[in-house]
Design a binder for this molecule. Structure first.
Ligand SMILES: [Mg+2]
Length: 434
C-alpha cells in the first residue's frame, strides 16, 4: 500500500503562475483517502511560510508541516555545530529558529545555499574555513534557478566556486542525493516501501527517490521527456503523462496492493508474541522493498570517490554499510543483485537458505543458521534470493556491503529476463521473483 506521497514543486505542482493540470484534484483525492502529502523542495532560500503561501495560491491547502525544504534538512544535518552560513532569509530563519550558532571565524561547518548577495569576500571566507577543517555542506546542487521567468545561477554554481577554491567535495543535502528524502521519511514516519515520490525531473527527483528506497513516479509535466527516459539509467516505478494517468497506474498495480508478495499472512498480527515480532519491534525494523524487514545500522561517514572505484559505480559510495535483516514465515527476499560483495552474518532464529546464481549460470545454495554456516559471501553481480528454512521459521541476520549500499547499485530481477538467461533454474526463479 502507498500511505504517503512526496511531491516536488516546480514542474510537478505548478509551472510558473499556473497549476500543473490536475495537481490540486489529485492531492485532494489522495488526502481524502488518508494519504499524507509532503511537499519537498531543493530550494533553501524561501521560508516555509512563503512556500506554503505559494502552494495555497493555486488553491491547494498547505500547512507548514506539509513542507520540507533543504534549509530544514541542512539544519537537521548540522545539528548544533557552529556554522558559517551563506544563504538568504529562508535558511537564516531556519538556523535561528533552531538556535544553531553562527560563526564566521572558527566554525565546524560551512553551509552554502542560494545567495543573491554572494561576494568574493564570502567565497574567500568559505574556502579558508573549509581548508581549516570545517565540513563543507551544500543545500542543493541545482545549476540554475528560475524566478519570475528569469534564469539565475543556482546554488550549484556558487558551490562549484567554493569547491574549486578549496579542492574538497561537499556533502550535498538535496536531490539527486538521498539526504533530503531520508529526512522526508522520518517526517512522514511511514515505511519506505509505502512512500511514493512524484517529480518531473529524471536526473534529480527519480535518483533521490530510488537511492532512498522509495517508489518513484516521473510525471512528464515538467523538464523530462520520454526521449530523456530512453537515454537515462534512472528508471522510475511509474511514468505518467498526467495526474489522471498516474492515478490509473497506481490503482491498477497489483504490487502496490500486495507489496509483501507471498508474505500476505506475515506477520500474523503486529502484537502476536512471536520471536520474529519481538525482533521487528525491539529493533524497529521496517519492511524492505525486496521482502522481509530491515534497518540500516551503519553507514560509514567516509566516502570512496567515484574516480577511485571501478566504472560500474556511477558515483561516490560510503566505504561500507550494514543492515539488520529479518525474514519470516512465507516471506522471501526476491532475486536481485548489487554491484558490491555482500557479507551475511547469522544472528538469531532458525536459519535461512540463500539461492545464488552466478553470471555464468552456476547455482549454489548456502544455508545460514545455528546448524549451518554463520557467515556467507555473495559476490558482486551474482543474482541471489533468500527464504526461511520453512514457513514456520524465521532468521535474523546482518548484511554488510562494501563499498556501501546505494539503491543505484540495486537491481531487482525481472522474472522473464531471468527465465530467459537461466532456463535450467526456471522453477526456482518462478518461486522467488514477484
Ligand atoms: Mg521539478
Amino acid at each position: 500500500m502507498i500511505r504517503a506521497l512526496i511531491l516536488d514543486l516546480d514542474g510537478t505542482v505548478y509551472r510558473g503562475a499556473e497549476e500543473v493540470p490536475g495537481a490540486g484534484d489529485f492531492i485532494r483525492a489522495m488526502r481524502a483517502r488518508g494519504l499524507r502529502c509532503l511537499f519537498v523542495t531543493n530550494r533553501a532560500n524561501r521560508p516555509v511560510s512563503v512556500v506554503c503561501e505559494h502552494i495555497r495560491s493555486y488553491g491547494i491547502p498547505c500547512e507548514p508541516q506539509d513542507v520540507l525544504t533543504t534549509a530544514q534538512a541542512a539544519a537537521e544535518y548540522v545539528g548544533h555545530r557552529r556554522t558559517y552560513l551563506i544563504g538568504e532569509a529562508g535558511i537564516h530563519e531556519e538556523f535561528a529558529r533552531r538556535g544553531i550558532p553562527l560563526d564566521d571565524a572558527a566554525p565546524k561547518c560551512v553551509v552554502v545555499s542560494f545567495d543573491s548577495q554572494f561576494t568574493y569576500e564570502k567565497l574567500h571566507r568559505a574556502v579558508k574555513l573549509i581548508r581549516a577543517g570545517a565540513e563543507f555542506i551544500v543545500t542543493n546542487p541545482d545549476a540554475w534557478l528560475k524566478m519570475e521567468n528569469e534564469i539565475f545561477p543556482g546554488t550549484g554554481a556558487l558551490a562549484a566556486a567554493v569547491e574549486v577554491g578549496c579542492g574538497i567535495k561537499p556533502v550535498v543535502i538535496g536531490k539527486p542525493e538521498r539526504r533530503l528524502f531520508d529526512q522526508a521519511v522520518s517526517v512522514l514516519n511511514v515505511p519506505r516501501n509505502e512512500i511514493l515520490a512524484i517529480g518531473d525531473n529524471l536526473e534529480t527527483d527519480i535518483p533521490a527517490a530510488l537511492r532512498a528506497g522509495l517508489h518513484a513516479a516521473l510525471l512528464l509535466t515538467g523538464v523530462s521527456t520520454r526521449a530523456d527516459l530512453a537515454r537515462s539509467t534512472n528508471k522510475p516505478t511509474w511514468v505518467a503523462d498526467s495526474y489522471a494517468h498516474l492515478a490509473e497506474l497506481i490503482a491498477n498495480d497489483p504490487a502496490i496492493h500486495n507489496n509483501t508478495g507471498g508474505a500476505a499472512a506475515w506477520p500474523p498480527s503486529p502484537h502476536a508474541p512471536t520471536p520474529a515480532n519481538h525482533w521487528i519491534q525491539s529493533l524497529a525494523l521496517q519492511r524492505h522493498p525486496e521482502g522481509g524487514f530491515f534497518r540500516e545500522t551503519y553507514r560509514a561517514t567516509e566516502l570512496l570517490s567515484a574516480a577511485s572505484l571501478p566504472p560500474r559505480y556511477a558515483g561516490d559510495r560510503a566505504m561500507s554499510t550494514a543492515i539488520l535483516y529479518l525474514l519470516a514465515g512465507k516471506d522471501f527476499s526476491a532475486f536481485h543483485r548489487i554491484r558490491s560483495d555482500e557479507l551475511w552474518h547469522f544472528h538469531a532464529g532458525d536459519g535461512l537458505r540463500l539461492h545464488v546464481i552466478a553470471p555464468d549460470g552456476a547455482y549454489d545454495e548456502i544455508r545460514l543458521g545455528p546448524n549451518a554456516h554463520v557467515q556467507a559471501v555473495i559476490r558482486a553481480g551474482h543474482w541471489f534470493a533468500a527464504e526461511p528454512l520453512d514457513p514456520t521459521s524465521y532468521a535474523l541476520v546482518g548484511c554488510t556491503v562494501a563499498p556501501g549500499f546505494d539503491f543505484a547499485d540495486f537491481e531487482l530481477a525481472r522474472r522473464a529476463d531471468l527465465h530467459q538467461r537461466f532456463p535450467s533454474h526456471f522453477s526456482l526463479i518462478d518461486r522467488l521473483t514477484r
